[in-house]
Every structure is written in C-alpha cells, then in structure tokens.
Design a protein around this ligand. Structure first.
Ligand code: SF4
Ligand code: SF4
Length: 432
C-alpha cells in the first residue's frame, strides 16, 4: 500500500512504525474471510482491510479520530485472526494498538462510555477491588434487565450478567512466595498469578503450582507483580499499560538477577500475548528496553513450557473426551497451537477440535462488556460448534474464554492445566 506521510510525521516513532506496517498491506482481502466481525456483520469497514484503510486515512491526515473510526475500531476484537491469515506479514496488532492510543488522545467519548471504561480500568486489574465488585454485582444482578433497556448502560447489564453467582475463596498461592520443587530442582520459573483470573478461578494457579513443583520445577511468585496491563492497553491507555509493564519487568528482573529464571510462566494467554510484546512496547524507553526484551524472551504459556519437559506417564486415566478451544491470544497472538492438544492427548484425554476454531468466542478482554451484542453472537456460534463435538467438557487456556463460554455452554469449561494436573496426580478440577 502506498503512503504519503510527511518527513515531519515520520519523525514520530509510532507513525514511522505504522507506516512500515501499512506499506506491507497489498489490499488482497484474504484476512476478511477469517475476521469474526466481518463474518458476523458483513461490512467491509468491520474487516481488517477496512480498518487498515480507516487507520491509514486518520494517521496520514494527522486528524483526530471521529465517530466512524471509533465505531469500527471499537468493534475489533483484537483477536489477531487477520495476522494468522495475512500472507504479507502485516502486523495488525501494532497498527491497531497505535490507532487505539490515537483515539484515546484525540476523541472525547460520550459520558456513559467514558464512565464505564474508567470503571473497568479502575477495578479489573486490582484483585481486591475486583473481588469487592463481584460481591456488589450479586446485589445489582436483578437490575441487569433494566440497564439493558437503556443503550448507554448495556455494558453495565453485560457486566452484571457475566459476574459469577458465587466468588471462590482466595488462594494463598496468589500471594508472593516460593514453592519448592519436589525432589531435585530441574528448573526455576516465575509465575504471573494475574488479576481477574486469580479472583475468578484461583484453582488455575493452584493447579499450575501443584503440577510444576511435582515435575521438579521451583515456582516463585515474585513480590511486586501486577496486572500485565493488557486491559488498559486495549483501551488505548498507553501510559497506564506501560506503568504495569515496567512494574512487572522490575519484579521479574529482580528474580532473574537473584536466583535466575528459566521462564516467566503465564496461565492466561491474553496476558501472555501482551507480555511477549513488552520488548516492543518499551522499545523507546532507554532504561527498560533491554530488560523488557529479556522478559519477553522468557515469557512462556504454561503449556508451551510443559511441552519442553519430560512428562512422566499419567497417574490417572480420565477417559474423557475434551473439546479444546484455542483462545485467539493463544493461536493467533502467540502461535501456540499444537502443544496444549499434544499434552492433553499424552495425558490420556481424547481431544476434539470444534469447527471454526479460528473464530473468536467473543470474550476478548472487556469486549463482552463493551460490545455485548456482537460478543453474544460469537459466543453462541462458538458454543454450538463446541457442543457439536459431543465432548464431555471444554479445555482452554484463557480465563476470558472460560468465563465467556461457560456463560452459555451446558458442559463444564476448565483450564488445560487443571486437567493436566489431575492426570499427573493432582486434584480433580471442580465442576467435573
Ligand atoms: S483483530 Fe480480529 S476482529 Fe480485529 S480486524 Fe483482525 S480479525 Fe478482525
Ligand atoms: S491479508 Fe494482509 S495484505 Fe491482504 S488485505 Fe489483509 S492485511 Fe492487507
């Protein structure tokens, strides 16, 4: 694609990067066929190619974002299916991240939209606040229908509907500490215990620590870890995302320098995609660029890491058929496709892959709150495909997908690592 940025515009490193990305796009439109919003809405402006044109036009003309571009960029799930399909290597992720930051800086959203976004940014990344909000949601749930009737408050209604009926008890494993390897220590890793996941399903971190330590891996939950920043990053709140990224880089760098790390383990693939991008996000920060790149290189999804270990024979033969749902951030964001399925099969599960596995379930961070109608269509399509496999349960590697699919599926939805921990001598996951 030809571009006409001026030398002055290109002096901005963010514009320079976006220009390189735009030039790679050859307008072929292959990406449209695999874009969930194009498949659902059928509008070119809700396809990757359409959005790329809109972003190019906005950035090239150096103008503030307007309602049209905000509408179509907000509808993008950041699922990155387009990046998997694109034959020209267009880095849509970095382009849309730049567009979102530009929107945040130049566009004033309606009051209700601003208020809900600020509420999400102030609550979700902080486990104590999120836990308190989930408790309050129980009281607010009867009003969900009322909020749904008011267009500006639909996200509030979606939020209440998604909140679980009960909040699990806190796990001590979410607190900073050291979990020693059983027997001879083979590896040492840091675990990101996360924000929303640690509240919604603490059993995921428990299973991860239980399995890794049994396999001879020492697990440290470092002091100072925080939310990975992806939530605010996807809202275009770049500075807030970088504050979180720097805090995590500091926490993990301290561990690298005091005891060493073989990996930084992440159990939510949405967070993994962002942490693997810290090197890029902090590339312009001289004090952090190198440290962030080192952290990104060490970041591993738990299944990616487990696939590098010599797994023993499973101790339990569950004889269950599992539908494996590959989260977008897992398959498109991190290109991890084979490892979770291979690990489940090796552990004795029969693995089925639902049709249209490349399409998003509609969770996508806070998308199911901010775009509830499109999200519900994608969720129902996903659940139908999953249930058609005839599997007894669903396994996936992202808490957002677990919450989204479980809100409509009749079968249990668990994290892949919970099944692996069970097969290798750990606890049977709750709900099976
Ligand atoms: S990230 Fe997903 S929703 Fe957004 S343009 Fe790409 S394929 Fe479409
Ligand atoms: S597939 Fe790639 S090159 Fe083709 S239109 Fe989409 S982004 Fe551009």
């Amino acid at each position: 694609m030809q571009t006409t940025f001026t030398a002055e515009q290109l002096a901005d490193p963010h514009v320079e990067e976006s220009e390189k990305i735009l030039r790679k796009c050859v307008h072929c439109g292959f990406c449209t066929a695999t874009c969930p919003t194009y498949v659902t809405l059928g509008n070119e402006l809700d396809s990757p190619r359409g959005r790329i044109y809109l972003i190019k036009d906005m950035l090239e003309n150096g103008r503030p974002a307007d309602e049209q571009i905000v509408t179509h960029i907000d509808r993008c799930l950041s699922c990155l299916s387009c990046m998997t399909t694109c034959p020209s290597g267009v880095n849509y992720m970095h382009l849309v991240d730049h567009a979102r930051a530009h929107i945040e800086q130049t566009y004033k959203r309606p009051f209700a939209d601003r208020a809900i976004r600020s509420l999400l940014a102030a609550v979700l990344p902080y486990p104590a606040r999120f836990r308190a909000a989930l408790m309050l949601a129980k009281i607010g749930r009867p009003f969900a229908g009322l909020f749904e009737a008011l267009p500006a408050l639909k996200p509030l209604s979606a939020m209440l509907k998604l909140a679980p009926g009960s909040v699990p008890r806190r796990s001590k494993n979410s607190a900073p500490g050291l979990h020693k390897a059983a027997g001879t220590r083979k590896k040492r890793v840091a675990l990101l215990t996360g924000c929303a996941q640690a509240v919604l399903d603490p059993g995921i971190n428990d299973a991860t620590i239980s399995l890794l330590t049994r396999l001879g891996v020492e697990v440290v939950v470092p002091k100072g870890e925080t939310c990975c920043g992806s939530l605010v990053h996807h809202m275009g709140r770049e500075e807030a995302a970088l504050v979180s990224a720097r805090q995590n880089v500091d926490a993990w760098t301290a561990e690298i320098e005091n005891g060493g790390l073989d990996a930084v383990i992440i159990t939510a693939s949405g967070c993994g995609t962002t942490i693997k991008d810290y090197g890029f996000m902090l590339r312009l920060d001289a004090a952090y660029a190198q440290k962030a790149a080192r952290v990104s290189a060490l970041a591993k999804d738990v299944t990616e890491f487990l696939a590098t270990l010599d797994m023993p024979e499973p101790t339990v033969k569950p004889e269950l058929t599992v539908a494996y749902h590959s989260a977008c951030s897992m398959q498109h964001g991190q290109k991890i496709t084979r490892q979770p399925k291979d690990l489940l099969a090796k552990a004795g599960f029969t693995v089925k892959e639902p049709r249209e596995g490349h399409l998003c379930c509609g969770s996508a961070g806070t998308y199911n709150i901010m775009q509830p109608e499109i999200s519900a269509k994608l969720r129902d399509r996903k659940v139908k495909n999953i249930e058609a496999t005839g599997a007894a349960l669903v396994a996936t590697g992202n808490i957002g997908c677990i919450t989204q699919i479980a809100s409509a599926a009749k079968l249990p939805v668990v994290h892949t690592v919970e099944l692996l921990d069970w097969a290798y001598g750990g606890k049977k996951p709750a709900g099976i």
